[in-house]
Design a protein around this ligand. Structure first.
Ligand code: GAL
Length: 659
C-alpha cells in the first residue's frame, strides 16, 4: 500500500522542506505527490524553465524514503500565457473568457495551449522521467471544464461531420424537423447552452470527452518515451460527481489510455456513507479492472461545503481501509500542510498554519502502521466478485437531461442495486457496459437507457452462455443518438427479457408491489409489463387500485439460452429491494461471503494463488462478534481465529486459504 499526501514545496521557503519530508516519513508515509499546479514556478517566463527546485524537492523526499508521483501542471496555466494569448482561456456559455487566477480555466482545444502544455510536459519528462524516486505521473487534475469558444464549436462541428458524413443523416438522427432545427450547413450547428435537442446534447458531451482524450493523449505521448518501464500514468477523476457533470462518457474512454484510474474522494458536509464510497471505489477500479489509487482524500475537513464539519474519530481510518478493501493501492491526503494564502487556505491539511500536526494525524499514523503490516498480504491481490453492475455514463447523461421524475437519478438507482449487495456481503464489481462479462454469475444493468445493437448482442451472448442478467426500468428505450428506438422497452432486449413495457409511470404516490418473497411499494417509477411468451415468469405484481398498473406484472424472469433474464419494472422500497437483490444473487449462486450485520462491510481481495484477504470494517457505533467460516489469520492483531471481535468502528484484515 502506498500512503501519503499532496505536497506543494513551491508554497514554502526551501529551508522548510526538509522538516516537511521528515515529518511525512515519521508518520509512516511512503509516497508524496507534487507539481500538478506548479507551472508558474516551473516556467516563470515563456521558455525559461526552472526545474532545479523540483529536483531538489524530489531528492529530499527520496532521501526521507518517500516515492514520488508528479502531476503535469496543465490544470493551472501561468498568467504570462493566458495574458499573451487570451484564446488559451476557456469561454463560458455567455461568451466571456474566464479570468486568470482560478484553475482549469484553459481551453482544451486551443492549439496554443496544447503547444505550451506539450512543451512543459516534455521538459518534465526529459528531466524527471528516469529519476529513480519518481514512480508515476498524474495527467492534469480532475478534467471538468467545458469551453464554449469558437475554436471548440468549430471542432465540434468537424467531429459531427466525421461522425455523420452528411447533414441529412444528422438531421434524421436528431429529428431536427422538430421546432425547425434542420441544419443546412455544418457551421450552423450550435454548441448547446442549457437544455437543447437531446441528440445534440449527448453528441456535445461525447465531444468534450473526446477533447480531453486528445489532450490527455498529447501529454502521454510526451511522457511515455522518457519513463521507466514500470512507471504509471493515471488521472484523478471525479467518480460519482453529482454536480454538473460535463464529461460523463470521458471516464470510460479516457481511462483506456491510462495504466489505471484514480479518483479523488471528498465527503464534504456530513459523514462517511459506506455505500456511496464503496460503489465509487468499485467504479474507479472497474474503469480498467485494475487496482486503482485514491489520489486525494479528505484530511478532516474541506473548505467548499455548506458546513465544513470535521470527520469524527475513527472515520478517517474506516475510509482508508474501505479504499483498500475495494482495490485501492494508494491513499493520499489532500493536502500535507495548510497554505498561508490562496483560495484553499481554510481547507483541511495534516499540518495547520503553524506547521504542527492536527489531532487527527494520530489516526493517520495508526493507519500507516496498519497499512505497512498488511502490505505483504495485500500485495498482488485484487477485488474478486461474482456480480457485476454496469455503469453506463451515456445512459446517465440521457436520464439526467430528461429524468421525467425529479427523483429519478441514475447513480442513485444504480446504488439502489449495489447497496443490498454491499450490506449482504456479496462482492460486486461496477463495470463499463463494454467490459468482458464472462465469469460473472449475475450482471445487473440498472436503467440501461441507451442501448446499441452491439451492446444488446453482447448481453445476449452472455445470457445464451448461461449468465443471469437483471434489467431494470427504463432499459433499452434509446439509441446512441439519444433518440427513442421505435420499439417498446426494453427494446432490443425485449425478446431476451420475455416482456415488453406497455407503459411507464412517474409516480406521485406509492404503489404496492407484491411477490411471494416480499410485500413492498414502488415509488418514483413503475412500468406496466406484458409477458411476451408463456415461458415468462411473473415474480411480482402491482396491487389492486393503482389505476393502469393494477394487478399487472412488475418483475419478470425469463429463460433464454442457458441463462435467465430478469426485468424489474418498479423502483422498490429498500426492504423489498433487499429481498429482491438477495433472491437474484441466490438464484445466480452468487453467495454472501459470510453472515454479518449489514453495517459490517467485508471486502475480499484475492491473489493469483486464489488465497483471499478480507478487510472487515465495522461501520456501526457498537462492537460486534462474527463467526468466521474458516480459521483466518488476523494480520493486524496476530494469530489465527475463527471468531472475530470487532470494536465500534473497528477494522480487521484477515488472510486465509481458499475454500
Ligand atoms: C480537489 C482538487 C484539489 C483540491 C481539493 C480540495 O477537487 O483536485 O486540488 O482543490 O479538491 O477539496
Amino acid at each position: 500500500m502506498y500512503f501519503g499526501a499532496a505536497w506543494y514545496p513551491e508554497h514554502w521557503p526551501e529551508e522548510a522542506w526538509a522538516a516537511d519530508v521528515h515529518k511525512m516519513a515519521g508518520i509512516g508515509f511512503n509516497v508524496v505527490r507534487m507539481a500538478e499546479f506548479a507551472w508558474s514556478s516551473l516556467e516563470p517566463q515563456p521558455g525559461e524553465y526552472r526545474l532545479d527546485w523540483l529536483e531538489r524537492a524530489i531528492d529530499l523526499a527520496a532521501g526521507a524514503g518517500l516515492q514520488v508521483v508528479l502531476g503535469t501542471p496543465s490544470a493551472a496555466p501561468p498568467a504570462w500565457l493566458t495574458a499573451a494569448d487570451p484564446e488559451t482561456l476557456a469561454m463560458d456559455p455567455h461568451g466571456q473568457r474566464l479570468q486568470h487566477g482560478n484553475r482549469a480555466h484553459y481551453c482544451v482545444n486551443s492549439p496554443a495551449y496544447q503547444a505550451a502544455v506539450g512543451a512543459i510536459v516534455s521538459q518534465l519528462a526529459e528531466r524527471f522521467g528516469s529519476h529513480p524516486a519518481v514512480i508515476g505521473w498524474q495527467i492534469d487534475n480532475e478534467y471538468h471544464r467545458v469551453c464554449y469558444c469558437p475554436v471548440c464549436r468549430a471542432a465540434f462541428q468537424q467531429a459531427l461531420r466525421r461522425q455523420f458524413g452528411d447533414l441529412e443523416t444528422l438531421n434524421a438522427r436528431w429529428t431536427t424537423a422538430y421546432w425547425s432545427q434542420a441544419y443546412t450547413d455544418w457551421a450552423q450547428i450550435p454548441f448547446p447552452v442549457g437544455a437543447h435537442n437531446p441528440g445534440l446534447m449527448l453528441a456535445a458531451k461525447r465531444f468534450v470527452s473526446e477533447s480531453y482524450r486528445r489532450f490527455q493523449a498529447l501529454q502521454i505521448a510526451r511522457l511515455r518515451p522518457h519513463l521507466k518501464p514500470d512507471d504509471f500514468i493515471t488521472h484523478n477523476f471525479f467518480v460519482w460527481w453529482e454536480g454538473p457533470d460535463p464529461y460523463s462518457p470521458a471516464r470510460e474512454a479516457l481511462s483506456q489510455d491510462l495504466d489505471f484510474a484514480s479518483w479523488d474522494w471528498y465527503i464534504g458536509q456530513g459523514h462517511l456513507d459506506p455505500v456511496f464510497s464503496a460503489s465509487a471505489h468499485d467504479c474507479s477500479w472497474g474503469l480498467r479492472r485494475r487496482n486503482h489509487w485514491v489520489m486525494e482524500t479528505q484530511p478532516g475537513t474541506v473548505n467548499w461545503a455548506a458546513v465544513n464539519n470535521a470527520l469524527s474519530p475513527g472515520e478517517l481510518r474506516r475510509m482508508a481501509w474501505q479504499a483498500a478493501a475495494h482495490g485501492a493501492e494508494a491513499v493520499l491526503y489532500w493536502q500535507w500542510r495548510t497554505m498561508l494564502g490562496g483560495q484553499e487556505q481554510y481547507h483541511g491539511a495534516l499540518l495547520d498554519a503553524s506547521g504542527q500536526e492536527r489531532p487527527f494525524v494520530q489516526e493517520i499514523r495508526q493507519v500507516a502502521g496498519e497499512f505497512a503490516q498488511a502490505s505483504a498480504a495485500l500485495g498482488g491481490t485484487h477485488p474478486k466478485a461474482e456480480v457485476a453492475l454496469l455503469n453506463c455514463y451515456q445512459s446517465r447523461a440521457a436520464l439526467t437531461y430528461q429524468p421525467h421524475h425529479r427523483a429519478f437519478d441514475y447513480t442513485t438507482h444504480l446504488r439502489h442495486y449495489y447497496a443490498p449487495l454491499l450490506r449482504g456481503h456479496i462482492p460486486a464489481h461496477i463495470l463499463p457496459p463494454e467490459a468482458e462479462l464472462a465469469g460473472y454469475r449475475l450482471v445487473i444493468a440498472p436503467a440501461l437507457h441507451i442501448l446499441t445493437l452491439g451492446l444488446a448482442a453482447r448481453l445476449q451472448a452472455y445470457v445464451e452462455a448461461g449468465g443471469r442478467l437483471a434489467l431494470t426500468c427504463r432499459t433499452g428505450f434509446k439509441d446512441e443518438h439519444n433518440a427513442l428506438w421505435p420499439l417498446r422497452g426494453p427494446g432490443l432486449l425485449a425478446e431476451l427479457a420475455g416482456v415488453e413495457v406497455e407503459d411507464y409511470y412517474a409516480l406521485d404516490e406509492p404503489v404496492s408491489v407484491n411477490a411471494d418473497f416480499f410485500n413492498g411499494q414502488a415509488t418514483i417509477w413503475a412500468e406496466r409489463l406484458r409477458p411476451r411468451d408463456e415461458t415468462t415468469h411473473c415474480l411480482a405484481v402491482y396491487g389492486p387500485e393503482h389505476g393502469w398498473l393494477s394487478g399487472r406484472p412488475a418483475i419478470s424472469a425469463h429463460p433464454y439460452g442457458a441463462g435467465w433474464v430478469y426485468y424489474v419494472g418498479a423502483w422498490l422500497d429498500d426492504a423489498a429491494q433487499a429481498s429482491l437483490v438477495e433472491r437474484l444473487a441466490a438464484e445466480s449462486q452468487a453467495a454472501p461471503l459470510w453472515a454479518a450485520p449489514p453495517e459490517v462491510e467485508i471486502g475480499r481481495r484475492v491473489g493469483a494463488d486464489g488465497c483471499p484477504v478480507y478487510v472487515v470494517i465495522n461501520h456501526a457505533g457498537q462492537p460486534c462478534s462474527l463467526d468466521l467460516p474458516a480459521p483466518l489469520e488476523d494480520i493486524l492483531q496476530g494469530g489465527t481465529t475463527t471468531r472475530l471481535e470487532l470494536e465500534a468502528q473497528g477494522v480487521a484484515v484477515l488472510a486465509g486459504l481458499t475454500w
